[in-house]
Design a protein around this ligand. Structure first.
Ligand code: HEM
Length: 260
């Protein structure tokens, strides 16, 4: 049988995966499901591309890393923009089906945790809300022990002749990224001497800014939709989410900017 658009994309299966729980149906529940499913698909691609960028950096392939980071940051910016669609849902409309979610929450998104961990924002305790029955939980936990994009970045810079501190190259990769003043000196030097590297640094900064924008927009979405209510996942809600605001993934790329 010839491959068709629908058979290649498994469209019938895909379009059968939206199962609102409200009875009688609440109109906005479909939006809520579709938007979350869409996010998870983009997270899947983001992780796929991130594995590629780590391989590019490790292989000292600058142009590969630039092309891939360009895609990664464009996905991230799209993720930020999509929150606009969900903000067309009023608090009243959300509360009409919120109880149907029970304790389900984005808190349990194992792919989002994978994204955080692979970019070096490692916090073991955030895997606790993910039920042990979720197949993806083990993958998220495994990422905690693996080198992050930042570790691959250190190796890449060392291969390009930068004086990367040995302590960074030999650090315990299970730890979260920490800023390094020594590395900042090198990055500052490279900004003035290696314009091709600057293209990569700026794309990484774009992505980092995009992730921070997403967190801010998500907090505001949560605040306008549920105000000071607790999260369905059991956290304090807005106050909990605020803790991750303005936390850079690549602190050394931000720390040098005032010197230029
Ligand atoms: C009406 C819309 C939404 C509301 C009211 C909402 C609410 C919340 C709340 C209260 C939390 C804190 C954890 C908890 O106690 O549940 C949370 C976490 C989270 N939500 Fe949402 N959310 C919404 C939409 C979304 C969307 C569209 C996504 C896209 C994937 C998302 C992803 C996440 C993630 C990844 C976390 C964990 C964040 C972290 O730990 O820093 N949420 N959400």
């Amino acid at each position: 049988m010839a491959i068709t658009y629908a058979s290649y994309l498994k469209l019938d299966r895909l379009l059968d995966l939206q199962e609102p729980k409200s009875s009688p149906p609440e109109h906005d529940e479909m939006l809520f499901i579709v938007i979350h499913q869409t996010y998870e698909l983009w997270f899947k691609l983001l992780l796929h591309e991130t594995d590629k960028v780590m391989a590019d950096l490790t292989a000292n392939d600058l142009f590969g890393a630039i092309a891939t980071f360009k895609r990664i940051r464009t996905i991230m910016k799209t993720l930020v923009g999509q929150l606009d669609i969900l903000e067309t849902m009023t608090p009243l409309s959300f509360s009409s089906f919120r109880s149907r979610l029970d304790t389900a929450s984005g808190f349990q998104s194992y792919q989002f945790r994978e994204v955080e961990f692979v970019f070096g924002y490692k916090r073991g305790n955030v895997t606790h809300p993910i039920p042990d029955t979720e197949a993806g939980k083990a993958k998220a936990i495994a990422r905690l022990d693996q080198p992050s994009v930042v570790d691959a970045f250190y190796r890449f810079l060392a291969q390009r002749g930068a004086a990367v501190p040995v302590a960074l190259l030999e650090r315990d990769v299970r730890e979260a990224t920490k800023p390094s003043e020594e590395l900042q000196e090198e990055i500052f030097r490279l900004y003035r001497t290696q314009p091709e590297l600057v293209i990569l640094f700026e794309l990484m900064t774009d992505f980092d800014e995009g992730m921070q924008e997403w967190r801010y927009r998500h907090v505001k979405l949560v605040e306008r939709t549920i105000g000071a209510k607790k999260g369905t996942g059991g956290s304090a809600g807005v106050e909990f989410l605020k803790q991750s605001l303005f936390m850079p993934l690549f602190p050394d790329l931000w720390a040098v900017r005032h010197r230029m």
